[in-house]
Design a protein around this ligand. Structure first.
Ligand code: KG4
Ligand code: ZN
Length: 381
């Protein structure tokens, strides 16, 4: 283990970190880290625009690397290797980070470690919790991925489940869009869900109760869309009925009952969606726990959606049923960051894994190359 400069640029966060692989606590391991979110640049479009993302990475990354090294009180000469995300992700952004890392590696004559972004997420719980040992069962839930994997060691992954359509974070983001909550949607849906009734809107739980191990969220998303349409229709009718008595428009955040009919609010939709999505995740994870190889040391959750407190609570209860601890990195390490890339780089470097300077950026890069293709999976990025 050693001092590693980590670089992340696969989606809409530009990030750089200096990681001490010999650190025995999280605080000692993250020597310095910086992160610049592009949320503002993408907000008007309701999602990440790849071209805008790549340009923003170009503008920010160089100065950020200098700054994070200064924060750490180091120069490039002090680090032992440079690790960068080489995929999967938006290819323009990935190339910006990887090419920057290659240039730095060449200039400073340091080894390069090409990191799979998903491996960054997968190992982030070990960065956060030094006591976490292999093998563990990992629920990886982000904007682009939704998988359950056995993690037996660095580079040793067996996929037990994936999504046949949308990723869990994508379902949160689409629900946010339907409710007009803006981008990024997951945290906004979680916040609004706290004020709603999770039983107010009947929504489907795709695949729950089936023996099928995989995820599906497309049907849930469509049901959320229909629920919002039904609410709109109700409010419009209510408006018509009362237009003479009360010319004010009904507020979807706090709709008033009409002649004894109680409409549901946006918060009710958010809460009902979140409950349905979590019911799906818990059901799928229960199947995975039953089919995983023996000897798993923990149930681990990582990726952006792992920042969701309701999800953590539900997983904690499930893990306890199986006599396992739930390990979840602090929310800031769940969403994209460079500390996890530096950490994965440190674990790889410690095993002697480095990469040639002509290593290619990969838009797609599964953790488990042997996983059988699943109907619907892989159709989208
Ligand atoms: O891992 P990440 O930062 O980027 C990807 O690699 O995709 O994950 C981002 C995803 C987004 O879909 C975002 O809405 C979701 O994670 N997310 C959340 C929460 N925080 C982030 N979803 C639900 N609840 C949250 N608190
Ligand atoms: Zn990610």
């Amino acid at each position: 283990m050693a001092l590693i400069l980590g670089i992340e640029s696969s989606c809409d966060e530009t990030a750089a970190a200096v990681i001490d692989g010999n650190g025995t606590t999280l605080a000692a391991r993250i020597v310095a880290q910086r992160i610049a979110s592009q949320d503002e640049a993408h907000r008007p479009y309701g999602g990440v625009v790849p071209e805008i993302a790549a340009r923003a990475h170009v503008e920010v990354l160089g100065p950020m690397v200098e700054a994070v090294l200064a924060d750490a009180g180091m120069t490039l000469d002090d680090v032992d290797a440079i690790a960068a995300t080489a995929g999967p992700g938006l290819i323009g952004g990935v190339m910006v980070g990887l090419v920057t890392a290659k240039a730095l590696a060449m200039a400073a004559d340091k080894p390069l470690v090409a990191v799979n972004h998903l491996e960054g997420h997968a190992l982030s719980p070990r960065l956060a919790d030094p006591s976490l040992q292999y093998p563990y069962l990992l629920l990886l839930v982000s904007g682009g991925h939704c998988q359950i994997l056995e993690v037996a060691g660095v580079g040793q992954y067996r996929r037990l489940a994936t999504t046949i359509d949308d990723a869990l974070g994508e379902a949160f983001d689409k629900t946010a869009k339907i409710l007009g909550l803006g981008y990024p949607g997951g945290p906004a849906v979680e916040r609004l869900a706290r004020e709603g009734n999770p039983k107010a809107v009947p929504l489907p739980r795709p695949l729950v109760g089936s023996g099928e191990p995989h995820f599906s969220f497309a049907g849930l998303k469509s049901a959320v869309m229909r629920a919002k349409d039904a609410q709109r229709t109700f409010l419009r009718q209510a408006q018509d009925e009362r237009s003479e008595a009360n010319p004010e428009t009904q507020n979807p955040a706090r709709p008033e009952p009409v002649e004894g009919r109680q409409p549901y609010s946006d918060a009710d939709i958010a809460a009902s969606f979140q409950q349905a999505a979590l019911d799906c995740v818990i059901d799928r994870t229960r199947i995975a726990l039953a089919t995983a190889a023996p000897g798993m040391t923990a149930l681990v959750v990582a990726g952006g959606v792992a920042a969701n407190a309701a999800l953590r609570g539900a997983l904690e209860a499930l893990a306890a049923e199986h006599g396992l601890p739930l390990v979840a990195p602090p929310p800031k390490l769940c969403t994209d960051n460079a500390a996890m890339i530096g950490w994965a780089g440190a674990e790889r470097f410690a095993l002697g894994y480095t990469d040639p300077l002509d290593v290619a950026a990969r838009p797609r890069w599964p953790l488990d190359d042997n996983a059988a293709p699943v109907r619907g999976a892989g159709v989208k990025a």
